[in-house]
Ligand binder design. Sequence first.
Ligand SMILES: [Zn+2]
Length: 363
Amino acid sequence: MKNEMKLRSGTTIKQMGSAEAIKKNYLSRKTLSDMHLMPSGEPIAYDIAPDGSIIYYFDPEKVIEAPPETWYFPNSKKESMTLPGGSIIHRMSIRNAASCGYYTADRLEKMHYEPIEEPVAYTYKADKSVLYFYDKKTAKRLPLLCVRCGKDIRYKKKLCEGCYEVELEKRRVEGNEKRQAYYGMDREKVLFFDLELTGFYDRDEILSITIVDGTGRSIMDTFVRPEHTKSWKKTEKVHGITPDMVTDSPTLKELTPEIKRIFQGADNIIAYGVSTDYSHIKYIYDTEEEREELHGKVRCCANEFVRFAHENRPDVVHASLTDAMSCFEIEWEGVPHSSVADTLACRKVWETLFPNYYNAKPE
Ligand SMILES: [Zn+2]
């Protein structure tokens, strides 16, 4: 006997004859019920009864005491019934059933489950017809349906493939309109910047700053001498800045008045992956108001690239600056991961995404 079945959890259990199950001390639901117990885990084996119904076996180590409301009352014949397969099930209120994890087929369907085992309990409806309860633990998880059309199986973002395509097309039109729009920005007031850091956390310090404007002019390009950090072996391998290279460089404190002056005159300050850069550069400001003002000018090139790729280039799955450069087939100037090269790259990616960023709307 080599038959197997897959439970909704993905676990595969084997079919097993009753003699073998008894030898292993496995317990059927009927045995458990007679002992006023209920399973606390999934079945570990199953067998198929002569009538075709499934008998589940449970691990004797994984059982809990059944709540008294599920107990069998042997003297009350009205409170139990025999199923065609021979199992005896007991009458329970809907509330007691729910406390055991037993639900009607309708209720299970609403929870996206389908009963596969025979009923484990029952009650009567107002019209005296029988209402069966099934155990959610052994029910099969149904595929979820699209939240828009309610007809097809979900594909992405809770939508079916058809509805998702319609949604994506709408977003693509909006996104392309936004990217093609005329912003009429002043090239000299649009700044691109990048920082290299000693590490990836807030406490880490800035090692270099590059700022260029929309004309390509270098506004600031300097190493920065950290005040607290003496070595940064891990990030050194990425950006190549060694402690020796920054010994004679100004500190962030010394550069602060100049950076503030530069940012003051800018309309937009653009970086690739703003959250890291912003979270470090914001400390040049002392007040929350000043930080808010800076935040209002900051634009994230990475976010815009992610949106573009999502809408137009499903083949692009990663969104690093290097991925953006190769997606647009743009050549690097300088060594990637240096703040100069990254700033220039960020500018090129931004200007490819927004080809009319500096252009005024034609009459
Ligand atoms: Zn749909």
